[in-house]
Design a protein around this ligand. Structure first.
Ligand code: GLC
Length: 446
């Protein structure tokens, strides 16, 4: 998302509304979106020449933190000498993620595959001398992980792309449509290469903000990709021609308006590898962010930034493994569920089984004593702790016998059944969840 210097809710609103003019109708894409809705967790991978010096991906030269020649000098250091796509795929699998999105080309224009349309790729211009995407996608597919391709529409290196540095551009696309047309055939050609070589399950476009849908020929691109693979999913950064919303870094406090959404977030403060950035999110933080997104009907696309030699930094491996261990224990409450209760019923994230008759409650950190559910108009059949099966006691308080308003359900959660990060309770209901949403009136329950 474009770097906007705005704060808090306002910036978030902008972020979420960036593709407010969505052209796709949820009913038409429901079927192909199902795996995405069930997947919940994806791993984003930002790998490129920016990991050589450890600078901002593309933005460092665009924003003039580093000169363009100095940025491009990183091509010489991109060795990928210890790159082991088998290990990458295994780590992603171990994290519990169901899909991975790899940068095929960032705004710097450096392609990570063997592009026939440009020499600016890791095969022709770096010591890696190989297409790093083909083996990764093969290994991911071997592990049954869906393959996503991040593809930047912006290409600040291409001689026929207007934008370059933050305060200078090559030309104005509106004033020189013939030159813009040349860029379009190049970028559409590269997109077709990625499509034909890798047949992505998901396209993750970025940078649509620099031009309009008409200029990008967004509708034509969507048609090209979905004709080739009708099941392919397109993120919401194609000027309205995408399938789902992509809030970035900013956690949506209320449910985004779109039917499907995915929060993309860095594991420290940056997308790519930057050695000085040690602000790692802890496993506890990642797990609580993850379950909160799922509770609100969304996915988490958690980013990692491998080093130029192809190794994944130990701190990132640690977070992915801890997340994976938690997912193996608690996954039934996350994967293949639907978003949980609206705000006001439980102090924490919740999810529901697809038939809505099992409610999962997430308890971040240690809880002393009891937790409470409000306005639950169901009979509870059974409550247990996910991952160890311990049965828990509950009691209903404040129920007036002659009022339709349900009482408060207090559940005892002993210390010794709790998870070190987030404990999950499984509440089996007598029927699909029914909620009381009124103001506490006596008779009508209004
Ligand atoms: C932003 C940035 C880009 C990053 C992307 C990931 O749009 O432009 O550098 O790759 O976010 O979501």
């Amino acid at each position: 998302m474009k770097r906007l210097i705005l704060l808090g809710a306002c910036a978030m609103q902008l972020c979420l509304n960036a593709n407010a003019q969505q052209k796709t109708n949820p009913a038409d894409i429901q079927e192909k979106m199902q795996w995405f809705a069930d997947a919940k967790l994806g791993i984003f991978i930002h790998w490129g020449i920016y990991s050589v010096k450890g600078v901002d991906e593309s933005w460092s030269f665009h924003n003039k933190k580093i000169s363009y020649p100095d940025y491009m000098a990183q091509l010489k250091g991109f060795t990928a000498e210890k790159y082991n796509p088998r290990e990458w795929a295994d780590l992603i699998k171990e994290s519990g993620a169901r899909y991975a999105v790899m940068t095929t080309k960032h705004h710097d224009g450096v392609a990570l595959w063997d592009s026939k349309l440009s020499k600016l790729d890791v095969v022709n211009s770096t010591p890696a001398k190989r297409d790093v995407l083909t083996p990764l996608y093969a290994e991911l597919r071997r592990d049954s992980i869906k393959c996503g391709a991040y593809f930047s529409l912006i290409d600040w290196s291409h001689p026929n792309y207007p934008g370059f540095l933050k305060d200078s551009s090559r030309y104005d696309a509106k004033k020189d449509p013939a030159r813009w047309q040349k860029f379009l055939s190049f970028y559409e050609g590269q997109m077709a290469e990625v499509m034909n070589n890798f047949n992505p399950d998901l396209w993750w476009f970025d940078g649509d903000w620099e031009h309009s849908a008409e200029e990008w020929e967004a509708q034509k691109m969507r048609t090209m990709l979905t004709t080739h693979n009708p099941k392919t999913i397109i993120n919401g950064r194609l000027q309205g021609y995408g399938d789902y919303d992509t809030p970035e870094q900013n956690f949506p406090v209320s449910r985004p308006a779109y039917h499907w959404w995915e929060l993309c977030m860095t594991i420290n403060n940056n997308w790519g590898w930057q050695p000085q950035d040690t602000n790692w999110k802890t496993p506890f933080e990642i797990i609580t962010i993850f379950v909160d997104a799922v509770s609100n009907g969304g996915n988490l696309l958690l980013d990692i930034g491998p080093k130029a030699d192809g190794t994944i930094p130990a701190e990132q491996v640690h977070v992915l493994k801890e997340l994976g261990a938690w997912n193996r224990k608690n996954g039934e409450a996350v994967f293949n569920t639907i978003g949980g209760l609206p705000l006001g019923h439980f102090y924490g994230p919740t999810t529901l089984s697809k038939d809505s008759s099992t409610l999962y409650l997430f308890l971040p950190g240690k809880t002393s004593g009891q937790v409470v559910i409000k306005g639950l108009d169901n009979k509870i059949q059974d409550i247990s702790v996910v991952g160890n099966g311990t049965k828990l006691q509950h009691k209903v308080v404040g129920k007036i016998s002659w009022s339709p308003v349900p009482g408060l359900v207090y559940i005892d959660v002993p210390e010794n059944v709790q998870d070190k990060y987030v404990t999950v309770l499984k509440v089996k209901l007598d029927k699909p969840v029914k909620l009381y949403r009124g103001k506490g009136g006596f008779l009508s329950g209004e």
